[in-house]
Every structure is written in structure tokens, then in C-alpha cells.
Design a protein around this ligand. Structure first.
Ligand code: NI
Length: 161
């Protein structure tokens, strides 16, 4: 495995719509393994392929280290309900945090690294992380959804809660 360089805003690739994966091959497995390692190393809870310079619909999410990576390939939202507002950051925007409102619960259909379809239901913070990464695959950045930016000081207060 290898740590990949993370693409920072305003690199163009971050605003592009990613292509679907059609070959579920060794190259994809390697990309997923490297993305996971890169996310853990960067202390992130999710990472999308365009953030490592690959314009493909691939994302990994793991909101608690060691809980098991969720690999999402060609994901689609099937259902979304409710609303939550919380603080988000992004590995491509160091030191920028803001409040974003998103559906509270989502049901997503995606493919795994072998191409098998599966569905996942998530709520609360996991739903937020999945939606943030899925937005990346459409070239949508969290900053376009921030209702209020927050300072590092405020962030510390959030974390103390
Ligand atoms: Ni992000």
C-alpha cells in the first residue's frame, strides 16, 4: 500500500463529475487500498478518488478507525429523509470548517470492489460522511453547502461536547 498525495482546493479535478467504474480489476483494488491508507494517515473519516487525482466514482468512508472501511463504487442515493446540521471539514480544505445541513438518514446503492451491488442504510454522522464523499464524485464541494463557517476556537468547543 502507499500513501497518495491529497489534491487540494482549487485543483480543477475537485469540481469535475467523476466517471463510473466499469472494470473491477486489480488496479481498482490497489486504488481502494491506497485511498484507505491515505485517509487513515491524514486522520480523515472519508476520502473520494478525485481527492487523490483519480476522476472515478470511488470513495471510502470509516468514521471510527478500525470499524471497517465502507467502499462505495458508483454509489447512488435511493432514499433520503430527515435533516441534520453539523460541522464538516474536508482533507482538500485544510483548516476550513463549516456547518452543513444534510438529510439525517440515507439509503445508498453501490458496488463493492468486485462489482457486486449492495445497499447500505446510514444515519447521523455516518450518513453525513457518506453524503459528503458522494458529493465529491459529482464535483460538489462541502463549501458550496456551508451555511456558516466556524473558527478553530468554536470547533474546539464543539469537540468538547
Ligand atoms: Ni471532502
Amino acid at each position: 500500500m502507499a500513501i497518495l498525495p491529497i489534491v487540494m482546493f482549487p485543483e480543477k479535478i475537485l469540481k469535475q463529475k467523476c466517471d463510473k467504474i466499469t472494470s473491477f480489476d486489480k488496479k481498482l483494488a490497489k486504488l481502494l487500498n491506497n485511498m484507505y491508507e491515505t485517509m487513515v494517515e491524514a486522520d480523515g473519516v472519508g476520502l473520494a478518488a478525485p481527492q487523490v487525482g483519480v476522476k472515478k466514482q470511488v470513495a471510502v468512508v470509516e468514521i471510527e478507525e478500525g470499524s471497517g472501511a465502507i467502499e462505495l463504487i458508483n454509489p447512488e442515493v435511493l432514499e433520503a429523509e430527515g435533516e441534520q446540521t453539523g460541522v464538516e471539514g474536508c482533507l482538500s480544505f485544510p483548516d476550513i470548517y463549516g456547518e452543513v445541513s444534510r438529510p439525517y438518514r440515507v439509503k445508498v446503492r453501490a458496488q463493492d470492489r468486485k462489482g457486486n451491488f449492495f445497499e447500505i442504510e446510514a444515519e447521523d454522522f455516518l450518513a453525513r460522511a457518506i453524503q459528503h464523499e458522494m458529493d465529491h464524485l459529482q464535483g460538489v464541494l462541502f463549501t458550496s453547502k456551508v451555511s456558516r463557517y466556524i473558527t478553530e476556537e468554536e470547533l474546539e468547543r464543539f469537540e468538547e461536547k
